[in-house]
Every structure is written in structure tokens, then in C-alpha cells.
Design a protein around this ligand. Structure first.
Ligand SMILES: NC(=O)C1=CN([C@@H]2O[C@H](COP(=O)(O)OP(=O)(O)OC[C@H]3O[C@@H](n4cnc5c(N)ncnc54)[C@H](O)[C@@H]3O)[C@@H](O)[C@H]2O)C=CC1
Ligand SMILES: CC(=O)C(=O)O
Length: 350
């Protein structure tokens, strides 16, 4: 597929159209040398890839957005549809191609390509199909953007982040999985709903596997800086363990429910990933629960495993993992989550 936008403003007969519409100001300042050209590539233009692409565009995050997929008609259709919104959006050059050269020089490559769950199917079930695709996706991304950060979204996201790390040969700080950033957003929504407060004022993390063995960090939840569990305890208000467990189960069940109702999930993951992209490209140094190489943190050992921990992110990827206080029960659950992922990983032969 050809590139979407002409890189030259030459009209018929070699006339420079920019000179027809604009007369140059002879002493105009040259473009600022400090302003970097920023670029994101999104691989896979299905429900998830397009939700991410459109959220990135509305947030004025990059100068250039490149889209890649194997379905050339769908790809061109999606590219044109986004380009036709140019009059309402911050200026971003949008290119699309089945050829990975379109991704060249990306600061961030977001991988959403691959099979998705059918109703009732677990994320881990997708593994073999998506590992095969990753072998065709990761090497060309590395070839065209050797300095990029890889952000994996395709499921099962934790194992595929490990696969992307292995296939890329990148240092682990430049390979991140979207992990439980989404689960934590669902968690914050449900807690906010329960307490009738704004979800943005709720600090709460789900860590571990993005999936059935995820771990809710109840001990660290705070609302507007007030630690929730200890506050309720002091007020002698019992928040029953069953209520807490029910909220966590609702988080775990969320994707299954949305998939059974509309066939896929898209909007929340779109916002979640665009939020991560902003932190990384703008060097915001915010803390997000995302899938990182977890070996050595919170007593996780037994192999190279990627799972979600609260990590500080910035321009160079993962800057560090936060030392959150976990209860013994939470540590035990986190190690079990690591074990679940490692068991799946051991079948890969990568
Ligand atoms: N980590 C998370 O929180 C979430 C992850 N997902 C995962 O994201 C993935 C995508 O989901 P949807 O967009 O709903 O699926 P979809 O079926 O709508 O789109 C997948 C796209 O990938 C493309 N594709 C397939 N093989 C490719 C290849 N080798 N190179 C480039 N493109 C290729 C397909 O042509 C298709 O356009 C799934 O694995 C899904 O489970 C979905 C929601 C949340
Ligand atoms: C599909 C998926 O992983 C989610 O929405 O959480």
C-alpha cells in the first residue's frame, strides 16, 4: 500500500503549491531545533488498535502516526477515515502500510495485532496463535526503529510481552505490557461507584497477571489521600471481606462480560494505552501498573516473568518499580500469579 499523504507540495508542472498559497517571510525563524518529531506506530487496526489510534489523535500526542495491518483494504479504509477528521483534530500526519518501513523511526510501537477471545474464552487460550504472529511483527519493528519502546497489548499480554522482549533483544526497560493498567481503571471505577466518589480521586492497584489470577492490593487503596481500609476501621465501619472479594471478582469478570455483550472490548483499553503513551512520550514519570520484567521484585523468582507491578514510566521506558507495602497475603497471591504465567511460558520453547 502506498503512503497516505504526499510528502511534497509540488502541483502539476512542478509548481510549488506552498509558494502559491503562502509567500515566505524572508526573516521567518526556522523551525525550533529543540522540538523533536515524535512518532507512534500501531500494529493491528482492529477494534483495539483503532480505539488507541483515535484516542492518541484526540490527545495531540505525536507529530506522526503510522498504522500497520495485514488486511490492506481495512487498513486503508481506517487510515482514510481518520484522515477525514483532520479538520477537527490537532495536526498529525497519518500513514498506513502493510510494509513495516512505514514505522521507521518510531518512538513507541504499540502492538495490538492478533486473535482475540471468543465469548467465555480465556486470554491464555490465545497464546499459540499470537506467538506465531509476533515472530513476524517484532523483528521488523526492531529493524526500522532500533531505539523504540515496545508496548504490547495483544493477549495474553504478560506472556506476549515476554515473547516480544525475547524476540527484540531489547533491554527490559524498553519492553512494556499494558498489563493491569486497564484492570486498575476498572477497579477504581467500581470502588468510586461503591463509595460515590470520583474515580480519579481513587488510588488503587490491581497487579500480577492481566487475567484471572490478578491481585487486588486492598491494603494500599486511598481516596483523596485517605487510606480507605484503616479509615473505615477507625470509624468502626466493617467493609466485609466478601464485599471486597466481590469487587475484585467483578474486575476479573469485566472483560468476559463486555465480550459476551458486544464481542470485544475497546474504549477503555484505548484510553488506558493512550494514557501510557502520554506518560512515556512526554516523560511524565507517572506510576502505572504495567507488565514489566518482575524477577527480583517482591520476592518473585523462578524465572524471567513479565507481570504488572506499579512502575514509574518515562521517555526511556520503565524507570523503576515502586516499593509498595504489600501484606503477606498479597505477596503470596502475587507469587502465585507469577507461577501461573511461568507455567504457561514454559510451554513456549522461546
Ligand atoms: N491487554 C488488554 O488489556 C487488551 C488486549 N486485547 C487484545 O488485543 C488484541 C486485538 O483485539 P481486537 O482489536 O479486538 O481484535 P481484532 O480482531 O478486531 O483486530 C486484530 C487485528 O490484527 C490484525 N492482524 C492479524 N495478524 C496480523 C499481523 N501479522 N500483522 C499485523 N496485523 C495483524 C488483523 O488483521 C486485525 O485487524 C487481542 O489479542 C485482544 O485479546 C483486547 C482488549 C484489551
Ligand atoms: C480483552 C481484555 O483483555 C480486556 O478487556 O481486559
Amino acid at each position: 500500500m502506498q503512503k497516505s499523504t504526499s510528502s511534497s507540495s509540488l502541483g502539476p508542472g512542478g509548481l510549488d503549491l506552498s509558494q502559491v498559497f503562502f509567500k515566505s517571510i524572508s526573516n521567518a525563524a526556522p523551525p525550533s531545533p529543540t522540538k523533536r518529531h515524535t512518532k507512534i506506530s500501531v500494529i493491528g487496526v482492529g477494534n483495539v488498535g483503532m480505539a488507541i489510534a483515535q484516542t492518541i489523535l484526540t490527545q495531540d500526542l505525536v507529530d506522526e502516526l503510522a498504522l500497520v495491518d495485514t488486511k490492506s483494504d481495512k487498513l486503508r479504509g481506517e487510515m482514510l477515515d481518520l484522515q477525514h477528521a483532520a479538520a477537527f483534530l490537532p495536526r498529525t500526519k497519518i500513514n498506513a502500510s502493510t510494509d513495516y518501513s512505514v514505522t521507521s523511526g518510531s518512538d513507541l510501537c504499540i502492538v495490538t495485532a492478533g486473535a482475540r477471545q471468543n465469548t467465555g474464552e480465556s486470554r491464555l487460550n490465545l497464546l499459540q496463535r499470537n506467538v506465531a504472529l509476533f515472530k513476524n511483527i517484532v523483528p521488523p519493528l526492531v529493524k526500522y526503529s532500533p531505539e523504540t519502546t515496545l508496548l504490547v497489548v495483544s493477549n495474553p499480554v504478560d506472556v506476549l510481552t515476554y515473547v516480544a522482549w525475547k524476540l527484540s533483544g531489547f533491554p527490559s526497560n524498553r519492553v512494556i505490557g499494558s498489563g493491569t493498567n486497564l484492570d486498575s481503571s476498572r477497579f477504581r471505577f467500581l470502588i468510586a461507584d461503591h463509595l460515590d466518589v470520583n474515580a480519579q480521586d481513587v488510588q488503587a492497584y490491581i497487579v500480577g497477571e492481566h487475567g484471572d489470577s490478578s491481585v487486588a492490593l486492598w491494603s494500599g487503596i486511598s481516596v483523596g489521600g485517605v487510606p480507605v481500609l484503616s479509615f473505615l476501621e477507625r470509624q468502626q465501619i466493617a467493609l466485609e471481606k466478601e464485599t471486597l472479594e466481590k469487587i475484585h471478582q467483578e474486575v476479573v469478570h469485566s472483560a468476559y462480560e463486555v465480550i459476551s455483550l458486544k464481542g470485544y472490548t475497546s474504549w477503555a483499553i484505548g484510553y488506558s494505552v493512550a494514557n501510557l503513551a502520554r506518560t512515556i512520550l512526554r516523560d511524565q514519570r507517572r506510576i502505572h501498573p504495567v507488565s514489566v520484567l518482575a524477577k527480583g521484585f517482591y520476592g518473585i523468582d523462578g524465572g524471567d516473568v513479565f507481570l504488572s507491578l506499579p512502575a514509574q514510566l518515562g521517555r526511556s521506558g520503565v524507570l523503576g518499580v515502586t516499593n509498595v507495602h504489600l501484606t503477606d497475603e498479597e505477596i503470596e497471591q502475587l507469587r502465585n500469579s507469577a507461577k501461573t504465567i511461568l507455567e504457561v511460558q514454559s510451554q513456549l520453547g522461546i
